[in-house]
Design a binder for this molecule. Structure first.
Ligand code: SAM
Length: 248
């Protein structure tokens, strides 16, 4: 389970009521049983042991030893996603977290139909945490509050640095652009960049002005093939292709 750093004091763990319910009632763990935690923001996994039967006053567990696993990709993947309608973004967050994405910037583009509530954003963050736990990630991806597409582009520009290399792609289903996979393979043949930033559109696609705004910020338009993918499918396919190329 994911633990906030402030839940650890003197090598002991203070569980929330929700975590106690999950460990004690759902998993039926008892005093002396061990489980694994990930400390948010530190990328560190620990084996911990229950020192009481749950529910109980804190602390309820003690840290035993760290677990050394390395499951992260050697590159930061940052997605700028024009929010799809309905629960589409939940599916994107779940699958792309499993695949290794590090940051999500949800944006409201000209043709975005969804009006996200703060409760939705909280739900996306919970989904990212659960997916990161399930995939044994070292980090829980960050999900930004939704912003307009131009603001999202500005946020992305703050990720660029003089010391780290980055590449940026915007996905467009029309326009006969180069296949994303070929572009990425030619970049990676030289050196794996530190950051890959990609942008995918909503059901109605990007407007021409949005494509041009992205190009002026250094994005290269690319294709995922001749078939038009759903707004939910496109980022998942793009990240799967990246993962396949980068890890092998
Ligand atoms: N009617 C829209 C259009 O004509 O562009 C279709 C949009 S598609 C359902 C949603 C988004 O997924 C697109 O804006 C694009 O970012 C991405 N996408 C879908 N299929 C794609 C493809 N074959 N190549 C590149 N991007 C694609």
């Amino acid at each position: 389970i994911a633990i906030a750093p402030e839940q650890i004091q003197d090598e002991h763990l203070i569980l929330t009521a929700e975590q106690q319910h999950y460990l004690g009632r759902v998993l039926r763990l008892k005093q002396g049983d061990r489980f694994i935690i990930i400390i948010e923001g530190q990328g560190q996994w620990w084996i911990v042991e229950l020192i009481v039967n749950l529910p109980s006053v804190s602390p309820q567990a003690k840290l035993i030893e760290t677990v050394s696993i390395q499951t992260e990709l050697p590159v930061e993947i940052i997605l700028i996603i024009a929010l799809p309608k309905g629960d589409g973004f939940e599916e994107i967050v779940r699958c792309c977290t499993e695949l290794g994405v590090t940051q999500f910037i949800p944006v409201i583009s000209k043709r975005t139909l969804l009006k996200p509530s703060p409760q939705k954003v909280e739900r996306w963050r919970r989904i990212a945490t659960e997916a990161a736990e399930q995939s044994e990630r070292q980090i829980i991806p960050k999900i930004y509050d939704p912003v307009s597409f131009p603001q999202g582009l500005l946020t992305l520009s703050t990720f660029k640095s003089n010391t780290q290399s980055s590449v940026q792609y915007i996905f467009e289903s029309r326009g006969n652009y180069q296949p994303f996979m070929l572009e990425l393979m030619s970049i990676i043949a030289d050196k794996i960049p530190d950051k890959i930033m990609i942008a995918t559109g909503p059901e109605g696609g990007w407007t021409e002005e949005e494509i041009q705004a992205a190009i002026s910020m250094g994005f290269q338009p690319v294709s995922l093939g001749k078939r038009i993918l759903r707004a939910v499918t496109a980022p998942i396919v793009a990240v799967s292709q990246m993962m396949g190329i980068i890890e092998h």
